[in-house]
Design a protein around this ligand. Structure first.
Ligand code: PGA
Length: 321
């Protein structure tokens, strides 16, 4: 084991998670032959195969599974050490790993700007993915903090609400219902809907809202991103329920309008989450505090003037306070 390097163990952990050399190479920005060579050298140093290949698929051997749990302990220990050292130095430097659900990508990067300005020594990595994959990352303890629309159920996590996440109905600006007040739900379900992919939190929230009202919507098309949905709505393919944050950068007078539908906006909140018992790094704690303080006023600023919906209706809590 004397020749095993930290670099090899990091590569091994990524291969073990992806169970694919190709995906691991992509994630690590390495070539596939480099990953294979490093894995071969690691297995030679250990003296046992770590990976088994059956046809095209790879699996961890018993030795590989043991090594993976050693890797997790080692990496946790190292980040704890990093945290202690930066605490001793009294400066906020180090890594901040954030897992961000697709729809949160509209505001987390905006918060990072002023945060990184305040603490220039911090190196941030931001992984944007949908709810299902984010739950997997949380399970594997891959990031420091996670941003969810709805915190994971049945999991041992610490979760805190920090900002409103109103969900609205959007339509093309020339839609017949544009400008009408209090459109009944029974009327809105007659429209064709565009829906996010399975595993999306937006989709889950939309489906449960209509289920709770005993109504079924007609899904005309399924699209894998909020941006694709906005374009398709603007193109006249249908209407959609999205988080108001996805519209925050649209200028009024653009191609989309918010419909005033009974029961909308659906009131939801953003949550910041981490595994119960996880010891947060100094940097992660600083970001957590920053989010709690700054996200509300930031949303207040950038959600002003969404076409078709008043700010009071969109953010009543902030507006009333
Ligand atoms: P999504 O989740 O980006 O996976 O749709 C957002 C949410 O839960 O609100």
């Amino acid at each position: 084991m004397r020749h095993v390097t930290l670099h090899q163990l990091k590569i091994f952990a990524v291969v073990a998670r992806n169970l694919s050399f190709t995906r691991a190479a992509e994630e690590l920005h390495l070539t596939q032959p480099t990953v294979s060579i490093q894995m071969k050298q690691l297995a030679d140093s250990v003296g046992l195969p770590l990976i088994e290949q059956l046809g095209k698929r790879i699996f961890l051997s018993e030795g590989g599974r043991e090594l993976l749990s050693v890797c997790h302990g080692l990496f946790d220990g190292l980040s704890l050490f990093e945290m202690i050292i930066s605490d001793m130095k009294g400066v906020k430097t180090g890594q901040l790993r954030l897992g961000v659900i697709t729809t949160a990508k509209y505001f987390v990067p905006r918060l990072l700007g002023p945060f990184c300005e305040r603490y220039p020594g911090i190196e941030v990595t931001l992984k944007v993915t949908n709810r299902e994959r984010m739950l997997q990352r949380l399970l594997n303890n891959e990031d420091d903090l996670y941003f969810f629309g709805q915190p994971p159920e049945h999991r041992d996590v610490w979760a805190e609400k920090f900002m409103e996440n109103p969900m609205i109905v959007i339509a093309p600006c020339n839609h017949t219902l544009a400008g009408q007040a209090a459109i009944p739900l029974a009327r809105i379900v007659q429209e064709p809907f565009l829906m996010r992919e399975k595993g999306s939190g937006t989709r889950l929230a939309t489906e449960s809202f209509f289920n709770e009202h005993g109504l079924a919507i007609k899904v005309r098309m399924e699209l894998g991103s909020n941006e694709a949905i906005k374009q398709a709505v603007a193109g006249g393919l249908g209407i959609a329920v999205l988080s108001a944050h996805t519209l925050a950068l649209e200028k009024s007078g653009d191609d989309l309008v918010v419909l005033d539908v009974e029961g909308f906006p659906i009131r939801r909140q953003w949550h910041v989450v981490y595994p119960q018992g996880k010891q947060l790094s100094v940097v992660a704690r600083a970001f957590l505090e920053f989010v709690q303080q700054e996200s509300g006023p930031m949303a207040e600023r950038y959600m002003q003037g969404l076409p078709g919906l008043s700010r009071e209706k969109l953010l009543p809590q902030q507006a009333g306070s």
